[in-house]
Design a protein. Structure first.
Length: 529
């Protein structure tokens, strides 16, 4: 089989990119707002259609789109990236990201055709976007009450019952508590609380992933080996690894660092079924790293192998290993849940950290001590999402995940008026007489326009009515009246509004910068244009 390429360039390439981007923006935009439409999706594999779902979730719609025309698909996939980055960062704003991305790109596309230099336009557009993002920070309102959290959660989850459960959970767990979302085998949704430990470091190699679609590695009921040594030779613990394999155990191995050879050998053993394992590099460095690893050891009941404890990794036995209910890692983050540490030892460690906090004077060291204390005292709340069918459960699961992240984002950075009026407010700092600022000015109107169009309303007419309205005014779509959006609880996390616009700008510029499209193809098949 020979792989060859098709190439298109110039205006022809941009025409195809534009068509693909528009398809995604229209499909995703149709879901915006309380009057947005549902989208029916049929999933296929090599055997044909295997599942059908009906959703009103922008990111799910975006993910499902993979156009047959590979040239148009290039533009579609880049627009999808705006939605994906936004939901990864803040859990919401996927639909608006796609709308803004195409709106910005569409303006640049049209002006480029009219003879303007697209490179100069892109640079000036970035400056204009940075200018309005700064305005969002100025307008953000702090979130403190449970009622405010309910408002955010309800909007994001599109379900008052789920929204209330999510808001109460986030509120009860506090600023440092962890709120996770998982599937349930039961039809109803409930919250379970457990002890846990999270840190900013993930799997040591992608071969350890157990769910490539979500870039996750999960291992249940593992034994846990912890050291601050650099591990470059498995022969040091050969007897221990053989004993674990013989007894059909699972291993999570945390260390300061692993050599490529060690990571590769352990991944190979895992993939061959010899020893299910997960290698995780420790976060931070120096004394902060040792403190973190030592705390993990206490939480899981493991021996900490370190020069600071006088324990050598080569002497490790199964009895020295800790245990947890499960460990989950992504590329950049790890969660250890349900550690089997001794309650009395944990209590002593908490008291030790609290005493150190009383005497510590350096702000940086105080923050690190507070982080350590939070890991022991805040715990984890797991929202187990159920449904009458698997399809219903999975659709609800995505909404709950988005809502949790959006609620936490609102707590962290504040809220702004919803109903897409925030973009109408911030665009007032731009000058429509400046070409680049006018591109952004026009694009920021589109989310509001599509929201009202989905509700069967004339956006231009309602926009005129808003001109003489008071601060925070917007359109309550369900009542078709002008209201104070903040008082009515029609609000968005400020971070969501910022991320949506930032990612939209990035992908719009990426699309507008394409001059050539190169498609590899199997010579046995024709690439459709």
């Amino acid at each position: 089989m020979r792989i060859k390429t098709d190439i298109i360039y110039g205006d022809t390439a941009q025409d195809e990119i534009h068509k693909g981007a528009e398809i995604v923006a229209q499909a995703v935009g149709s879901t915006l707002g309380p009057s947005g439409k549902n989208v029916a999706i049929a999933y296929s594999n090599e055997y044909g259609i295997h599942a059908r779902i009906v959703v009103k979730d922008g990111v799910t719609v975006a993910r499902s789109i993979d156009l047959d025309n590979e040239y148009q698909n290039m533009g579609a996939q880049i627009i999808k990236e705006a939605s994906w980055k936004t939901v990864q960062a803040v859990g919401d704003g996927t639909t608006v990201s796609a709308i803004l991305s195409f709106a910005l790109y569409d303006q640049i596309f049209k002006l480029s055709r009219a003879g303007y230099d697209p490179i100069l336009l892109r640079k000036e557009v970035e400056k204009a976007v940075d200018k309005v993002i700064g305005e969002i920070d100025k307008l953000a309102i702090p979130v403190k009450t449970l009622e405010q959290k309910k408002q955010i959660a309800n909007i994001s989850a599109n379900d008052e019952e789920l929204g209330e459960l999510i808001a109460k959970t986030v509120h009860e767990m506090g600023e440092n508590g962890l709120v996770l979302v998982e599937e349930s085998t039961l039809p109803h949704t409930k919250v379970e609380k457990t002890e846990g430990f999270q840190f900013d470091k993930g799997w040591a190699a992608p071969e350890f992933m157990t769910n490539p679609n979500r870039l996750e590695a999960t291992i249940e009921n593992p034994l846990i080996l912890i050291t601050d040594e650099y591990v470059n030779d498995l022969r040091l613990i050969e007897d221990l690894l053989n004993a674990l394999a013989t007894q059909h155990k699972k291993l999570v191995f945390l260390a300061s660092n692993f050599s490529l050879v060690v990571a590769g050998n352990m991944a190979d053993n895992k993939n061959r079924g010899v020893l299910p394992s997960l290698l995780i590099e420790a976060p931070s460095m120096g004394q902060n790293q040792r403190n973190t690893l030592s705390d993990m050891a206490v939480l899981t009941g493991a021996t900490f192998f370190s020069q600071s404890t006088g324990k050598k990794l080569a002497d490790a036995t199964i009895e020295d290993l800790g245990q947890a209910e499960y460990v989950k890692s992504t590329r950049n983050e790890t969660l250890i849940s349900g550690g089997h540490g001794n309650k009395l030892v944990i209590k002593e460690r908490v008291a030790e950290i609290e005493k150190m906090l009383e005497t510590e004077e350096m702000d940086f060291d105080k923050e690190k001590l507070k982080e350590r204390l939070a890991r022991f005292t805040s715990g984890i709340a797991v929202i187990k999402v159920g449904g009458a069918t698997e399809t219903e459960m999975k659709e609800r699961l995505e909404r709950v995940k988005d809502s949790v992240q959006a609620t936490k984002a609102a707590v962290a950075t504040g809220i702004v008026p919803g109903g897409e009026v925030i973009y109408l407010i911030i665009r007032q700092v731009l000058s429509p007489k400046n070409i680049a600022e006018n591109i952004v000015y026009q694009a920021l109107y589109q989310p509001f326009k599509i929201l009202l169009t989905n509700a069967g309303l004339d956006a231009g007419e309602w926009y005129e009515k808003l001109q003489n309205a008071t601060k925070h005014s917007g359109i309550d779509i369900t009542k078709q009246t002008i209201v104070d959006m903040v008082k009515e609880g029609i609000i968005d996390p400020s971070e969501v509004s910022k991320e949506a616009l930032k990612n939209a700008c990035s992908t719009a510029i990426a699309n507008s910068s394409i001059g050539f499209i190169v498609i590899q193809k199997n010579t046995d098949k024709d690439t459709k244009r």
